[in-house]
Ligand binder design. Structure first.
Ligand code: F6P
Length: 451
């Protein structure tokens, strides 16, 4: 059995910078996991060549498998990526109703782009392959493949939250999307709740069927535990050892709860002025979806809040928030994971969130503060779980984390590490493979946690 993987992002891309072509590896969790699978099993990985020099590398052999890049014409890119995927589906599936802009014509571009992926699937598929399609940008693809009478097993993995049935049904194309997804043989989500919401949505829009539950699974993505734990040991300490360091890294996205996070730093300082000068919050924010209007506006709002809080509390020797708006390399990230005292991972809602898992694997003394609305919170019960809408809860958690006894930190960490080690990336891949192989496998709610 080999895989035909389809994602929007590629494992590597090519960028033209100052006349030179640079090859960039995608270090996102999904890309890293799938690269591991593909280098072991072989096969074909179809993805969107949106790097500025990707058109010169449409096909290549890489790590024992083949990468096939599809190109999306510029005039369709806006409708597909900016307007429908990230202007409509993204806010909808994160319950941000007021941020949805129903752009006319966006769905046509989305369908058009899914058809471009379909052409590549048809060209590259062979009988022994499992077709594994990922995420909300490609929701029409399973249905399109089936309409071409392709009988291969199709796995569809949804990486973001799935909302309640009545909320999903507000989307004009909800029926088309859910009909396409249910034509897959195996459908996976990161939590029981998203799986259950999906089954209800299918029942609600397509009529009740036991088939939807049978083919849907809750299998949370894991990380390569040893990569983070082993490599972090070699990292250099970038911080002053007397300072308590609070750390976070995210894409710049309104779902990540970034504004509330900086406001919780202000609440902390209001309640505990004695902490001024004793901690620093290092907030790394990766540029993301920079052509989407909501993201441009959100950046302005966030930076205004950071500026205001730093202005209120800074002295010539200290600022509470160090804001870094750029991509950091892997080695730098590992050093932050290793030496931070507290990770503040508080999305308003998040499909899973791998940063919290990576931090736990890498740290030997850190405390994790985690939003109850991150998918990973269902697994990481020994973290300090907070409601990201409550500045008071977040500030209390920060205070507790900064002052936590060594013994208590170690107790929590050993349980968290054991959890992440057990449900690692190999576990995720094996569970998906098991779901593919056991056709009469009957999942139950809380499926993954019964092992
Ligand atoms: O996890 C959700 C997701 O949209 C992935 O599909 C995607 O690779 C990632 O976030 C980054 O977003 P984008 O591809 O828009 O940069």
């Amino acid at each position: 059995m080999s895989y035909l993987v389809v994602t929007t992002r590629c494992p590597i891309s090519y960028e033209r910078v100052a006349g030179k072509v640079l090859r960039r590896e995608n270090i996102g969790g999904v890309a890293v996991s799938l690269n591991k699978l593909m280098s072991k099993e072989g096969g074909v990985w179809i993805c969107w060549g949106d790097g500025s020099a990707d058109s010169e590398h449409l096909e290549e052999n890489y790590n024992g498998y083949k990468i096939v890049r599809v190109l999306i014409p510029q005039r369709e890119k806006k409708g597909f990526y900016d307007d429908y995927s990230n202007g409509i589906l993204w806010p909808l599936f994160h319950y941000f109703r007021e941020r949805i802009k129903y752009y006319g014509g966006a769905f046509d571009s989305y369908e058009y782009a899914n058809r471009i992926f379909l052409e590549a699937v048809l060209k590259n598929v062979s009988n022994d392959m499992v077709i594994w399609i990922h995420d909300y940008q490609l929701s029409l693809l399973p249905g399109m493949v089936r309409q071409k009478s392709i009988r291969n097993t199709i796995v569809f993995t949804w990486h973001i939250p799935w909302v309640s049935a009545e909320f999903f049904a507000t989307l004009p194309e909800s029926r088309k999307i859910v009909s396409s997804i249910v034509s897959s043989d195996v459908i996976t989500f990161h939590t029981d709740q998203y799986r259950s919401n999906f089954i209800h949505s299918a029942d609600f829009l397509l009529g009740k069927s036991s088939d939807y539950a049978k083919k849907s699974f809750s299998i949370p993505l894991g990380i390569d535990y040893s990569y983070y734990s082993v490599n972090a040991v070699r990292a250099k300490n970038p911080f002053d050892s007397a300072m308590k360091v609070i750390f976070s890294i995210d894409r710049l996205d309104y779902t990540k709860g970034l504004t509330n996070r900086v406001l919780s730093i202000r609440t902390l300082l209001e309640r505990h002025p004695e902490l001024a000068g004793k901690f620093v919050y290092v907030m790394i924010v990766n540029p993301s979806r920079t052509s989407v209007k909501e993201y441009i506006n959100f950046k302005r709002e966030l930076e205004m809040n950071i500026g205001r809080i730093n202005g209120e509390y800074a002295s010539v020797k200290w600022v509470p928030i160090i804001y870094i708006y750029k991509k950091v390399n892997d080695a730098t990230l590992l050093s932050y994971y290793r030496y931070a005292d507290v990770a503040l991972i508080t999305p308003l809602i998040d499909g899973l969130n791998l940063v919290c898992k990576e931090f736990v694997a890498a740290t030997d003394h850190g405390v994790l503060i985690l939003s109850k609305f991150a998918g990973a919170a269902t697994e990481l019960k020994e973290s300090l779980i907070v409601n990201p809408n409550s500045l008071s809860e977040m500030s209390d958690a920060l205070f507790n984390a900064i002052n936590m006894e060594k013994q208590e930190i170690e107790r929590r960490l050993s349980l968290l590490k054991a959890e992440i080690k057990k449900r690692n990336i190999s576990w995720w891949l094996a569970r998906i493979r098991q779901a593919v192989e056991r056709s009469n496998y009957e999942p139950t709610i809380s499926d993954f946690s019964q092992e």
